[in-house]
Design a protein around this ligand. Structure first.
Ligand code: TNX
Length: 763
């Protein structure tokens, strides 16, 4: 009775809260609709009015930030054919850029009222305020432009927000480099790491050593002549070229106007094949007389003199305080055959070739310090002893960066796999060729630069983050943009926005809003996916799905016959309603294009038809799943039955199925066993929250496949389940990636997530 009495109240309360929730959603959507700034600013206060920007309006500046005023003037003219006047300290101005030297670096305050726009900050802050303003302008114009009234108070989280470009494997022209920098600046990225030398090409003019560019920049040409080894790691024959000193000055000026620091990288002692091809005496000599590919510099007096001369010219050009000296993937064992290196080891009392690398780097460090420059290098420079003043770029995962931060060295986090933009962004078989397994933007976004393994004090040595672009498989600008965008926007938000402001669903929404700008800027960013596609395991006799796309005007070609459609298939507009009788498995392929460029996105979905049945009888069931933990190097889950479990027990929610993680080279394999109890016959959806998917069986049928990265290939089981118990078993690796996630989630067709404590049992 008491229950009944409460029902009407509950209902009323529920509907009120539902209305409030709806209102809140509408409100936040309205706010969202206008403000999709990436990276997320610290604070935005939205207001109701609008400001209108029109021809002949005045931009008022101080003499000191005139260049930034001109930048804005040019931007509006180029993108909107909107022509503003620039005035020094005018009495009346539509937009005022005001220096406020009390502000910290990069921070700004943007105030948009009905009658004026003010941006205050240091000169870099004003520039960033302009970038936020640019993102508030309607992407399609036309002028006059209406801008929503608001105030934004903003500042960066990290001082280093980088993006690299490898111009050695494929050369990119000055104009292409400028566009790269221009796009970076739009997202408040501020370090352009220019990978100027490598095995496949030397790209910077050095007056003292003309052969570096006469020969070392023409590797592709010499390969075709049969005079250089086969460039078999490049997607094509490569692209030759180099920058003159004037070219570099032009890029530096362009970058400076966009508050981007240019970090030059001169690789040593490895990755130096192009330099060695130009000046063979620099190469590591082999006392055995063997001829093989020489990428290592010999640690000779001649080499050090060469490097000091090269670096002197580099330092004369680049005002940046840092010089990147590479240091990665040095084949130090080559030195064991080099008479020079062996003699050096003897003289210096070095026992391992890694110590020669350390010696090499320390020599260069000494030289850089004498020139008032700081050394930065890839994490291998830790091997054999880190130079005292070195900054470390952590690329082979986070370990090097963590070690360096613990030693109180500054660190830039740029770890594999998250920050490697030469990896494909979706299923490898559907994307252009890349290195390594796929890295979708979600993986980039979920990365946290300040590892939990660092104390608050140590974490302060993390200067920031950087995305890397290696160009072995990137032959031209269009493809470069495809690989870097939109992932670079995730780096921008990681690097700039406060940790509290990190929100992946808001970011996903904002990302889709950027495509208008991408179009305006002619930026060939990879198109988004059709959101709700992913592999399905189902026992239904019918399959229906609506394909929706976040960009207006997109077209899709699709097939259900297992064959991938191409540009010749007939196209339809979104949304697409698919409704198929299901007796066997089917394969859905989608080929999506958008109004801009001739890029297409291929997606695939397997709909696997299965049968699952409840068990006939069970014994005396207890709550929770039983688990066994195996500590083994074994990678094949099938072998687990032959190994003794290290620990066994019961997994009860809210334990979230995570066994305490120890980071050892041994795998922590977990096997779970039990039953799912279904009280009401109906349709259910079963998914796993793990990033590294587990392998899950229901009634011995695979419902979640372990071979999948859930960001790349989402999967779900859509099952009609009867009242009763279904046997469930599963296998997963307990590692950091999955920590904090749920092994499985069961929800009703209406989307109600069920409490695992109420449906998981074991014998
Ligand atoms: C490793 S990352 C390299 C590059 C390659 C890249 C390919 C790093 C410091 N070295 O030389 O281009 O892998 O992903």
């Amino acid at each position: 009775m008491g229950h009944n009495k409460n029902i009407p109240h509950k209902k009323a309360a529920n509907s009120i809260s539902a209305i409030t929730a709806l209102l809140l959603i509408c409100l936040s959507l309205a706010v969202k609709a206008q403000f999709h700034i990436i990276p997320q600013p610290l604070k935005i206060i939205a207001k109701k009015g609008t400001f209108t920007l029109k021809n002949n309006d005045v931009i008022g500046v101080d003499e000191a930030n005139k260049t930034t005023g001109i930048y804005l003037q040019n931007y509006l003219a180029k993108n909107y054919n909107l022509h503003l006047k620039l005035r020094i300290k005018p009495t009346v101005a539509a937009i005022r850029l005001l220096i406020d030297s009390t502000r910290t670096n990069g921070s700004y305050y943007l105030n948009i009222t009905k009658t004026y726009i003010n941006i205050t900050g240091n000169s870099d802050g004003i520039f960033y305020g302009i970038q936020s303003l640019i993102q508030l302008l309607p992407a399609t114009g036309p002028a006059p432009l209406h801008i929503t009234e608001c105030t934004i108070a903003d500042e960066p989280r990290f001082e280093w927000r980088g993006l690299s470009l490898d111009v050695s494997r494929h050369f990119f022209t000055v104009d292409e480099v400028k566009k790269y920098i221009d796009m970076m600046a739009h997202y408040k990225l501020n370090v352009f790491h220019w990978h100027l030398t490598d095995d496949e090409g030397w790209r910077i003019q050095i007056d003292k050593y003309p052969k570096l560019t006469d020969i070392g920049s023409k590797i592709s040409f010499y390969e075709k002549q049969g005079k250089f080894r086969k460039l078999d790691n490049l997607i094509d024959g490569g692209r030759d070229g180099f920058y003159t000193k004037d070219d570099i000055r032009e890029v530096l000026k362009y970058a400076k106007e966009r508050f981007v620091t240019v970090l030059p990288e001169i690789e040593m002692p490895g990755h130096s094949e192009a330099a060695i091809f130009a000046y063979p005496e620099l190469g590591c000599q082999d006392s055995t007389g063997a001829t093989h590919r020489v990428r290592m510099l010999d640690p000779s007096e001649n080499t050090f003199t060469f490097m000091e001369n090269v670096l002197t010219e580099v330092i004369d050009l680049f005002p940046n305080q840092y010089i990147h000296i590479g240091g990665d993937e040095a084949e130090v064992v080559d030195w064991l055959k080099s008479p020079t290196a062996v003699a050096l080891m003897k003289k210096e009392g070095l026992t391992k070739p890694e110590q020669v690398q350390s010696y090499f780097i320390k020599q260069i460090e000494k030289f850089l310090l004498s020139k008032n420059k700081k050394l930065i290098g890839w994490d291998e420079i830790l091997q054999g002893g880190l130079a005292q003043s070195a900054t470390v770029m952590s690329w082979e995962g986070e370990a090097g960066g963590i070690a360096a931060a613990k030693m109180h060295h500054p660190v830039v986090m740029t770890p594999l796999p998250y920050m490697y933009f030469d990896a494909p962004q979706a299923n490898e078989s559907l994307e252009p060729i890349g290195w390594n397994p796929p890295v979708p933007w979600q993986m980039v976004y979920n990365y946290e630069p300040q590892s939990k393994q660092l104390s608050t004090d140590e974490a302060k040595y993390i200067m920031g983050v950087q995305g890397n672009l290696w160009a072995e498989k990137v032959p031209n600008l269009k493809h470069l943009e495809y690989m870097v965008y939109p992932r670079a926007l995730a780096v921008a938000e990681l690097g700039w926005s406060s940790k509290e402001n990190k929100n992946i669903s808001r970011f996903a929404y904002k990302l889709n809003q950027q495509y208008g700008l991408f179009k305006l800027w002619d930026l060939n960013a990879r198109l988004p996916n059709i959101a709700n596609m992913g592999d399905v395991v189902t026992n239904h006799d019918h399959y229906s799905l609506t394909l929706n796309y976040p960009l207006k005007g997109a077209k899709v070609r699709y097939s259900l016959n297992g064959k991938a459609p191409d540009s010749t298939a007939s196209a339809t507009s979104f949304p697409v309603k698919i409704n198929e009788a299901l007796t066997d498995s089917i394969k859905l392929f989608a080929y999506t294009t958008w109004t801009f460029d001739n890029q297409h996105i291929l997606q695939r979905e397997f709909i696997k038809h299965v049968m699952v049945n409840p068990v006939d009888s069970t014994g005396n069931l207890q709550p929770g799943l039983s688990y066994s933990l195996y500590k083994t190097k074994e990678l094949n889950y099938k072998k687990l039955d032959t190994i003794a479990a290290a620990v066994t027990g019961i997994l009860n929610f809210p334990q979230a199925f995570i066994i305490p993680i120890t980071n050892t080279p041994i795998n922590n394999w977990v096997k779970v066993n039990g039953y799912i109890k279904i009280n009401d016959e109906g349709d259910y959806q079963l998914t796993s929250g793990f990033e590294d998917s587990p392998l899950l069986f229901l009634d011995n049928v695979i419902v979640v496949n372990r071979e999948r990265n859930s960001y790349v290939e989402p999967q779900k089981a859509l099952l009609h389940l009867k009242k009763g118990y279904y046997a469930i078993k599963g296998y997963y690796l307990a590692d950091d990636t999955n920590s904090g996630q749920n092994l499985l989630q069961l929800q009703t067709a209406e989307g109600k997530v069920l409490d695992p404590a109420a449906y998981l049992y074991h014998l």
